[in-house]
Design a protein. Structure first.
Length: 136
């Protein structure tokens, strides 16, 4: 992440390093307010606005994406490899992450069809988890 910042002409300050470390430590799923709390545990001098500005910058660089899963506040997901995948239970709101990526072919088709340069994707499927699905 820090390398991407530098490659795009941005400095990796101590505050940004603390924010990136907290983001990674969170598992890449965190709200802005949760991230502020995590950052302040290790770097109390980093202010809320610094965290928000860094989140904006990370979004501009496509390193994170906001997701809204019924909680009202955006949660940010880490897009280290340019993609992220979820199964979201519509009953209990539990989110399951998976790494298998079959979306590359769809991305290539969309890129060709719309002459669109795809830089990453966030894929979510909605349904019922095994605990919420009626017995069959």
């Amino acid at each position: 992440l820090g390398k991407t910042l530098r490659q795009n002409g941005h400095r990796l300050t101590r505050a940004r390093r603390a924010i990136l470390e907290a983001l990674v430590a969170s598992g890449g799923h965190v709200s802005a307010d949760e991230l502020v709390d995590l950052v302040r545990e290790g770097a109390p001098s980093v202010g809320r606005m610094t965290v928000y500005r860094t989140l904006d910058l990370l979004q501009e660089l496509s390193l994170i994406r906001p997701v809204y899963q019924g909680t009202g506040a955006a949660h940010f997901v880490l897009m280290e490899d340019g993609h992220h995948h979820h199964l979201v239970c519509t009953a209990c709101q539990q989110v399951f992450e998976f790494d298998d990526c079959a979306a590359q072919e769809i991305g290539q088709m969309l890129s060709n069809r719309f002459n669109f340069q795809i830089e990453g994707h966030l894929l979510e499927f909605y349904g019922l988890c095994p605990d919420c699905r009626p017995a069959q």
